[in-house]
Design a protein around this ligand. Structure first.
Ligand SMILES: [Zn+2]
Length: 325
């Protein structure tokens, strides 16, 4: 696949999407003050990498402490080594949990768009773990504190945060090791790259999903829901990458592969990038990729490089700073 043309592990497709993060970034002075206060109250609270059991505990505690009807924690499945794939759902007006409820955190709410953010698909790209936990904490705190914009967000958006799709890889990863590969924690415990394991919209062969229960769980969850927008947060180049990631020719790079929602995706990607102090420069100057530039800090995925897979729904992907556990 195209990424093989690049140095594996160096170029890590990623992303985070973002209507949600944009909303937070756009909170304005009041929101910024609120965030500063939270940091002062609990320095570094969510800004370290928690082991998977700790992350589960932190999510459980947050869901339990949230005001009634605001949060629901559930797992969409398990990793190869049996770790839960936690999702924290946040929106106003959730009903009580029912015994025997299908995994998925309950029914969709009429007229409320579902948005999901997925992180740590590559186990050694862990940025989303603390970031999504911190985001969840801010949303709960803002709601409980009567913050007007967060209230509006949670009254109008059904938010699902999945901080780690590859908890096994994360546990294998080592801080400072940016080499990638199965040993470094990029792949799952069957040695499979989750970000290269989805069906390909331009291909004919059905991928073998047996070794990737994490991907199976994500696909099944997506089929049970109607996510309007999604984002996927990685570590690597600092850019907002939007669909599609591949083209019919699978030319390694340079093919702009347009989705039907191209204008919307460009708008969203630009909105995110323009609020990121490094991304918006278009010159992230990442070690080893010093010459790499992105106009406005965004790129079409296939134009950047082709990846033969598709997460079956359009997503905007935003790659954040490279990090290591
Ligand atoms: Zn990645």
């Amino acid at each position: 696949m195209a990424s093989a043309a690049r140095r594996p592990g160096r170029r890590r497709r990623g992303g985070l999407l973002l209507p949600l993060l944009c909303a937070l970034l756009l909170l304005g002075p009041a929101g910024a003050a609120h965030i500063k206060k939270a940091e002062a109250a609990a320095p570094g609270e969510a800004l370290r990498y928690l082991h998977s059991a700790e992350l589960g505990e932190a999510l459980r505690a947050l869901a339990a402490a949230a005001p009634p009807g605001l949060a629901r924690l559930f797992s969409i499945g398990q990793s190869v080594e049996g770790r839960p794939l936690w999702v924290l759902r946040l929106t106003a007006g959730l009903g009580p949990e029912r015994d025997g409820e299908e995994p998925g955190g309950g029914e969709a709410l009429p007229g409320r768009p579902q948005v999901k953010l997925v992180g740590n698909m590559h186990g050694d790209e862990p940025l989303a773990r603390p970031l999504l936990l911190r985001l969840a904490q801010e949303l709960v705190r803002g709601w409980a504190g009567g913050e007007e914009r967060i209230g509006r967000l949670l009254n109008t958006t059904d938010i699902y945060l999945l901080p780690s799709l590859n908890p096994d890889g994360f546990e294998r990863a080592r801080e400072g090791d940016c080499g990638g590969g199965a040993e470094g924690g990029r792949e799952n415990s069957h040695g499979r790259d989750l970000n290269r394991s989805f069906p390909d919209q331009f291909g004919v062969a059905e991928p073998d999903l047996e070794p990737v229960p994490e991907v199976q769980a994500l696909i099944a969850w997506m089929r049970r829901n109607k996510f309007l927008l999604s984002g996927n947060l990685h570590g690597g180049s600092v850019v907002a990458s939007y669909p599609y990631d591949d083209s019919p020719t699978h030319k390694p790079t340079g093919v702009y592969s347009k989705s039907a929602d191209d204008e919307v995706f460009k708008y969203l990607a630009k909105a995110y990038a323009s609020h990121h102090p490094i991304m918006r420069t278009g010159k992230p100057n990442c070690p080893g990729e010093e010459g790499e530039t992105f106009q406005d800090g965004i790129t079409n995925g296939a134009q950047w490089y082709d990846v033969e897979e598709l997460t079956s729904k359009p997503v905007v992907m935003i790659t954040e700073e490279r990090t290591a556990k």
